[in-house]
Design a protein around this ligand. Structure first.
Ligand SMILES: [Zn+2]
Length: 414
């Protein structure tokens, strides 16, 4: 946990906008003011002309570790997250072996801690081996995970989900469904049916549900109804479902990129607060996987620029709303405290954004996965620095660790 003084930024969080300086001491924001004089022994990071936001929190990413290091591992994924402006990432359990036991959860948490870039949180499997047949030992996993999910597959057995929900409620954990019944004539119907079922299980059990990657208009309607009834339910949408339509970006991903009309419904759901948060569903794959048509988008590094370019620059939502969707609400859904505002007493996790264009190239991506429909695209909103607990973990093209050891070498003063 470090000390840092950031000078001259346009500070934006979910609640306000102001020009000023931010002082972080011992990893915690000590002061936010129009002018804070330099302090003896505290390094200064100039941010004139740049936005300063709370660092982003990703509810939904796949770092493929253990099992598929050729796609991504905890180091390459952490570097990509830092480059994308994220300091907290919640990882899905579809690794090999899957995260259905305390041993795998501990491996992920310990390796991430050793790497020391972003803070990793873990989602445990609902069923053993993600096979949909038998519940994991939820009690044994509970100390390591904030939620349970078979992401990649919907759990089709109603009784299992019912049992998992009752147990999750007892343990104070969240059920995090991948809403999809397979084998129906319409994929949208498959999503809607599972959303409807899960909302009603939430209603009957009182368990907290957070629905992954909502992509169909019918699901938005159902969640709106659930919220009217006050059910303990939240949901997310991905940057690609909110910003891209099938007509302009034909790229295999599950759920698929949808039609222009459906995108409008999703964005309206976002504006109206029916969709609570944006989560990347960062799903890196190798070139060979891409050639074989494996679905997924490597998206953690383009999430902010895509949303900023498509939704903020076009005036659909303000930067404060985007900050709420990418930081405040995801942190609350995960149960993290003192995050999501640039305020005294809050965690000193911040991101500095330059009002500059980036070009998405293979080299731009720190992730091993180059599978994105955005290659060659120019987008606004360049992450200049990602600060975790007052320390730069990403700064101007470089990541802490391999690229620089001590942020004092690259930040003026100190
Ligand atoms: Zn999923």
């Amino acid at each position: 946990m470090s000390d840092l003084l950031i000078k001259g930024a346009r500070i934006v969080d979910a609640g306000r906008e102001m020009a000023g300086d931010v002082l972080i001491v011992g990893g915690i924001i000590r002061e936010v003011a129009e002018e804070i004089p330099p302090q003896k022994g505290i390094p200064v990071l100039p941010a004139e002309g740049n936005f300063l936001l709370p660092a982003f929190v990703d509810l939904h990413a796949h770092f493929r570790d253990p099992g598929f290091p050729e796609k991504e591992d905890l180091l390459s994924g952490s570097r990509a997250a830092a480059h994308g402006g994220f300091t907290v990432v919640s990882l899905m359990p579809n690794t090999d072996p899957p995260c259905d036991s305390p041993e795998v959860a501990r491996y992920v948490l310990e390796k991430a801690r050793e790497i020391g870039l972003v803070e990793v949180r873990v989602v445990g499997a609902i069923t053993r081996g993600l096979r949909g047949g038998e519940l994991v030992d939820m009690e044994a996993l509970a100390p390591y995970v904030w939620a349970f999910s078979d992401d990649g597959h919907g759990v089709e057995d109603h009784r299992l989900v019912w049992k998992a929900a009752k147990k999750a409620r007892e343990l104070g954990k969240t059920i995090y469904p991948h809403p999809e019944f397979r084998g129906l004539p319409s994929r949208e119907l498959g999503e809607e049916l599972m959303v409807a079922r899960d909302l009603w299980i939430a209603r009957r059990t009182g368990a907290r549900f957070h629905l992954a990657h909502i992509s169909s208009p019918g699901a938005v309607e159902l969640v709106a109804l659930a919220k009217e009834k006050g059910l303990p339910v939240t949901c997310e949408a991905t940057p690609h479902h909110l910003c891209l339509s099938r007509e302009e970006a034909d790229h295999p991903v599950n759920p698929p990129i949808t039609t222009r009309e459906a995108v409008e419904v999703l964005v309206t759901g976002l504006v109206e607060g029916i969709i609570d948060a944006v989560a990347t569903d960062h799903a890196p794959h190798t070139d060979a996987d891409v050639a074989a048509g494996v679905p997924g988008i490597s998206g953690i590094e383009t999430a902010f620029p895509l949303l900023y370019t498509r939704l903020v620059k076009r005036g659909t939502i303000g930067l404060r709303t985007l900050s709420r969707l990418l930081s405040l609400v995801p942190a609350r859904i995960m149960g993290l405290r003192q995050r999501g505002f640039v305020r005294e007493g809050f965690v000193g996790d911040l991101v500095i954004i330059a009002e500059e264009e980036i070009t998405v190239t293979r080299d731009f991506l720190f992730s091993r996965g180059k599978n994105t429909p955005l290659l060659g695209w120019r987008l606004w909103g360049k992450v200049h620095a990602t600060i975790r607990g007052g320390e730069a973990i990403y700064l101007d093209g470089k990541v802490k660790g391999r690229d620089f050891d001590d942020h004092r070498q690259v930040i003026r003063g100190g």
